[in-house]
Ligand binder design. Structure first.
Ligand code: SF4
Length: 368
């Protein structure tokens, strides 16, 4: 019997190009993995022209075939709830207005996000860039990539470039090697970061050959995107391990999603699972006011309470910073542990909710 639900050999299953070719795009092909509900079937039909429905066989195999509330399934299978979002907008971060040239997004003085492609292995229903991912209009032609590189060359204050998309690792090794080589040849670019969900959605993409490309252009940092502890599979752990051995530090940026990871036990299991595979939880994003995602959003106060509850109850470095991204940069959303000053003391709140008075006199002459 084949070890894989798709009925293929192990070598084929682990071939990332096979996984890309065999992606699920219809309710019929989805039904080989789960029993789609009437809601899911209708949503696939009605939402097809708004946002792509594509899933890798690898990720589909993680879904619970019998539970429509499965946290893996909910991330990628459309729901009719996506049609019921009066407040969502297409580009909540105003990224188009922040682009001096196509797909170069500048919010901060010293760093940019460069959306080098528009393709992903699969399409997440909550994707911040659903306005562009998978859309032909946003494909980056070689000339357009060169325009972005030229813009970076002409702006010497840019020291940090985040390659994102879409997913830059859906490029073949050769194209990625060229792009990284071009960036590395720009003296003022100190670090290159890659944002990629492939270690989670298609870990077989992290081949030895890809790792050799990444190794050639240090320092490269990689931000991946695990949202639920069930995504931390042996295959995903191996992919992260290969990246780490290639000298690429791996961090995680999750999104707080209602019914998926917005309870303390799940978030704790996610964060602890990540540090066990040596992936540092970096940010957890508040879900944006993005079209078709009202059913995923969590009130900010609830998010703050969730991360407040984790403090002191797991390793400090396992707790990501909960942030709200805005058109003017990221804003930390944190519980205020500093209560205030009383004379020579600063009053703080400990993780158990106790008040602690820390003697902290102001030196003579310092401003209040
Ligand atoms: S992998 Fe990232 S860019 Fe691609 S659809 Fe998912 S969230 Fe969007």
């Amino acid at each position: 019997m084949s070890p894989h639900p798709a009925g293929v050999s192990d070598a084929q299953w682990r071939d990332w190009t096979w996984q890309m070719r065999e992606r699920i795009r219809t309710a019929e092909s989805l039904s080989r993995w789960v029993s789609p509900t009437a809601d899911e079937r209708e949503a696939i039909e009605r939402l097809g022209d708004r946002f792509h429905f594509v899933i890798t066989p690898y990720y589909a195999a993680l879904m619970d075939p019998d539970d429509p509330q499965c946290p893996i399934r909910r991330q990628v299978v459309p729901r009719l709830a996506e049609l019921d979002d009066p407040s969502g907008v297409a580009d909540p971060l105003d990224e188009v207005a922040h682009s001096p040239v196509k797909n170069v997004i500048r919010v901060y003085p010293d760093r940019i996000a460069f959306c080098v492609n528009n393709e992903c292995a699969l399409y997440c229903r909550f994707c911040l860039r659903k306005r562009m991912v998978g859309d032909l209009e946003w494909v980056m032609k070689k000339r357009e990539l060169e325009d972005g590189l030229d813009w970076i060359r002409r702006n010497p204050e840019i020291r940090d470039v985040l390659l994102t998309g879409g997913d830059p690792l859906t490029f073949g090794d050769e194209k990625l090697d060229w792009l990284l080589g071009e960036l590395r040849s720009i003296e003022h670019v100190e670090i290159v970061r890659i944002g990629s969900r492939l270690p989670v959605t298609l870990p077989f993409r992290v081949t030895d050959s890809l790792c050799r490309v990444l190794e050639r252009h240090p320092p490269i940092w990689l931000h991946t995107h695990f949202n639920h502890p069930r995504e931390i599979t042996p295959e995903a752990a191996e992919a992260c391990d290969r990246l780490l051995r290639a000298g690429v530090p791996v961090g995680n940026q999750s999104v707080l999603l209602r019914g998926i990871n917005d309870d303390v036990a799940t978030m704790k299991a996610l964060c602890e699972g990540l540090v066990r595979i040596r992936v540092r939880p970096y940010y957890c994003y508040q879900a944006q006011l993005l079209e078709g995602t009202a059913h995923f959003r969590v009130p900010i106060e609830d998010g703050i309470a969730l991360f407040r509850a984790l403090r002191g109850r797991t390793s400090g470095f396992a707790i990501p910073l909960y942030v709200l991204d805005t058109p003017h940069g990221k804003v930390p959303l944190v519980h205020p542990h500093v209560i205030g000053r009383e004379g020579d003391c600063v009053i703080v709140e400990t993780y158990e909710g106790l008040c602690w008075r820390e003697r902290n006199p102001r030196p003579e002459g310092t401003r209040r």
